[in-house]
Write a protein that binds this ligand. Structure first.
Ligand SMILES: [Zn+2]
Length: 83
């Protein structure tokens, strides 16, 4: 399982109920929760940035197409009086 505690001294995988490493006797047990929280936060941030970029691109595309249509209309208006 990925969800395992590890000894900070010898990297021994420990069950969650162990308060000390049976191999080296160290009490420095690293919790896997920090890693999971980091992964979840990173994934959430990545999704958020992706969404924001997607919205930004859609916004810029909308503002780019609108002046383009206006330019076409203006060109038609400038050509129209010459007829
Ligand atoms: Zn250990």
């Amino acid at each position: 399982m990925l969800y395992k505690y590890h000894c900070a001294c010898c990297e021994e995988a420990l069950p969650s109920y162990n308060k000390a490493c049976p191999k080296c006797g160290s009490h420095h047990i690293r919790s896997p929760i920090n890693l999971w929280v980091f992964c979840v936060v990173t994934c959430f941030a990545a999704v958020l940035v992706f969404k924001l970029v997607h919205i930004y691109i859609e916004d810029t595309q909308d503002t780019q197409t609108q002046p383009f249509i206006l330019d076409v209309l203006n060109q038609d208006n400038t050509h129209a009086p010459k007829k």
